[in-house]
Design a protein. Sequence first.
Lengths: 177, 196
Amino acid sequence: MYGLISLISAWAIPVIIVFIPLFAAYKKIPTYESFVEGAKDGFDTAIKIIPHLVGMMVAITVFRASGAMDLLIGVFRPLLDKVGIPGEVLPLAVLRPITGAGSLAFTTDLIREFGPDSMIGRIASTIQGSTDTTLYVLTVYFGAVGIRKAGYALKVGLISDAVGFIAAIAICFLVFS
Amino acid sequence: MVNFIWLFFILAGFVVAAINGNIEAVTQAVFDGAKTGVTVCFGLISILVFWLGIMRIAEDAGLLEKLAKLLRPIVRFLFPSIPDNHPALGYIMSNMSANILGLGNAATPMGIKAMQELQKLNGNKELASPAMCTLLALNTSSITLVPTTLIAIRMSFQSLNPAEIVGTTLVATFISTTAAIVVDRWYRRRYWHSRH
């Protein structure tokens, strides 16, 4: 079962990048020209993130370098140790639904601090990759059509974020240790 | 909220550093943080350029529509209140397939169009209808096949196996989306009962 998850990690990208051009060739699409046309957007997308990521990265690096991060995590650590959650990833649970750039910066900070192949680095990557910024999505989608009362939508979003957070930690421990 | 969090990190860092007597660390951290931010974004270019190129091939070949068609039974199950052949269904299917392929830029306009169609079916224009809540739940927990951004960041920090989190992310996103659907159903039933 856990071997299967590693197998998916290894095969997903190669299969996708072979299957898509092959299917397009079958449909008589000029694959390479399509590729170049779409690839142009990649540069802009990456550059547009710079202001967000620099702003958040500075704030989080200051927070960690000053020792404030250790203080904050220290408060929750005794409790978290009992249930087996690494304290370092806890702020991510709070940041993830609120700010996409903030949680991406926090994940980057954890990867830089502990290494991408550490358990914390893997857990942070999994959490960051597996869910979207609930509050942002809610504001954009409901705001666009003038909905003022979100009903139970916020609760559903936050509960599923919490489930995803715990699931990410559990799966990483099962697969990587 | 974001403004508050940003200010909190900087302010708390400043205060703790001042108390600990290592204010120099703050200055150093500003430069380090800014540099990491830019470095990571430059690291993103390689993967994003390639991935968006591949995804354009998928779009041109009509794979998005194919995927959307496959999702039809799931969408019918999740949105029983939408009449057959209503335009909202098509937008919801496009929104979901763009999310699965990690095309956030394509998913959002489709999602908003779907919301506009759902708003036409909505009795109370200020309160989100159950169908709207379900669509939102699907988008906040969005299933993503390949977390490209994370792979790029892991590459920037010399991971030995940047893609090893693809499988774990897929399982985690599947579980959180299932949770979103189940919780949404539960609330919807309660909402329905309170009205009848």
